[in-house]
Design a binder for this molecule. Structure first.
Ligand code: PLP
Length: 401
């Protein structure tokens, strides 16, 4: 607590009443409460459904801090408090997966007859929330080009209620002009949401850019160890009651063990992200110089079409990016990927391990054309030594020939 005086500060949830702390410091201190837990640094795993009240008067007067497992526990509250601090909004709810966080946020904010603008480059399963579930409830979705910028204003209808963003785009890494989209939405009283899983609030804070609702798949960098599914929704003060209300009404909760693992992951998230960033840039630059590679889709590389936006708005880049290979038969690309020893073939990302998947956006996008010019591969660069990863890729690329 260097530089911050006052004994009781150390005991407060969040640990601190002084001037604003750096995000890396908040990641370490926020949501802890050792004085409440006999000095233990971490909030313990508190399991339970039943919470007892000492008297009927206490029960009926709701005098206790907790009333029922689903309605809150120290373990969940510790993580919610930490994430609220990190996101800079009014509150955070935890959901059982990233996808359920997207679904709950949309369900909470949209009514029958509303119209949603959804970015065409959104995480693919989020599309079905719109085309299958919201549609069933009489909520219409228009998918829009991620590069639309301020021209989003031209897509607003009388009943447009919300704009959903994800930047960079899933798999293909288009950068959205978040401030321009937020300005256009605000002028019309339209709500903005953003899936911020790629950057996490460590590299980009959606609320600082006026985004109303910030969503993360905590499964990825928050957990950081490929051992849990979790989602988080952060809302600003105006929308917090609606998000919290829908969360409570629908009976959403997460297991205390998962919240504990996510809190444990959070404490090292800044150092992990710094390493993911550094290693991913090394590997991306090496790939960019390879004769087999047509282009590298990484917004922190100067040649990326979204680089200026990334540089203006983001504080860093994480471990996930894609490449487009020069035209090659599927069998050759499969041989390349099959031969990799350190890169696992697996969905998800954000853990300590490196991963690769082939992908083809043309099979599911509807508002934009995917004309990459060759086979596409997405990489997650884990925490291995990048020299070993590069050697693995070099051996693999030999199989492409
Ligand atoms: C993985 C992911 C999700 C979904 O998270 P799950 O925990 O797998 O449901 C949502 N959005 C993005 C951008 C993701 O990468």
């Amino acid at each position: 607590m260097a530089g911050h005086s006052g004994n009781d500060n150390k005991n407060k949830s969040g640990g601190h009443n002084g001037p604003p702390l750096a995000t890396a410091t908040e990641i370490v201190v926020a949501g802890r409460d050792p004085a409440r837990f006999d000095g233990f640094v971490n909030v313990p795993v508190v399991r339970g459904s039943t919470v007892l009240s000492p008297t009927v008067a206490d029960m009926e007067g709701h005098t206790g801090r907790y009333s029922y497992g689903r309605r809150g526990s120290p373990t969940l509250e510790g993580l919610e408090t930490a994430l609220t601090k990190l996101e800079g909004g009014a509150g955070v709810v935890l959901t059982p997966s990233g996808l359920s966080a997207v679904g709950l946020a949309l369900l909470a904010l949209l009514d029958a007859g509303d119209h949603l603008l959804m970015v065409d480059t959104v995480y693919q399963p989020s599309r079905r929330i719109c085309t299958a579930q919201l549609r069933r409830l009489g909520i219409a979705t228009t998918f829009y080009d991620p590069l639309v910028g301020a021209d989003i204003a031209g897509l607003f209808r009388e009943n447009t209620r919300a704009v959903f963003m994800e930047s960079p785009g899933s798999q293909s890494f288009e950068m959205q002009d978040v401030p321009a989209i937020v300005a256009a939405a605000r002028a019309r009283g339209v709500t903005t949401l953003m899936d911020n899983t790629w950057a996490t609030p460590y590299f980009f804070r959606p609320h600082d850019f006026g985004v109303d609702v910030s969503i993360q798949a905590g499964t990825k960098y928050l957990g950081g160890h490929s051992d849990l599914n979790l989602g988080t929704i952060s809302a600003n003060a105006a929308l917090w009651p609606r998000i919290k209300g829908a969360y409570s009404d629908l009976g959403i909760t997460v297991a205390p063990e998962d919240a504990f693992l996510a809190a444990r992951g959070l404490r090292t998230m800044a150092v992990r992200l710094e390493r993911h960033q550094e290693s991913a840039l090394k590997v991306a630059r090496w790939l960019a110089a390879r004769p087999e590679v047509l282009s590298v889709l990484h917004p922190a590389l100067p040649e990326h079409p979204g680089h200026a936006i990334w540089q203006r708005d983001f504080k860093g880049s994480s471990g996930l990016f894609s490449i487009i290979l020069k035209p090659a038969p599927k069998s050759a690309v499969d041989a390349f990927l099959d031969s990799l020893g350190l890169f696992g073939l697996g969905y998800s990302w954000g853990g300590f391990e490196s991963l690769a998947i082939p992908f083809d956006c043309s099979t599911y996008r509807t508002a934009t054309q995917w004309a990459a010019g060759g086979p596409a591969v997405r990489f997650h660069i884990g925490l291995e030594d990048p020299a070993d990863l590069i050697a693995d890729l070099e051996r693999g690329l030999a199989k492409l020939a």
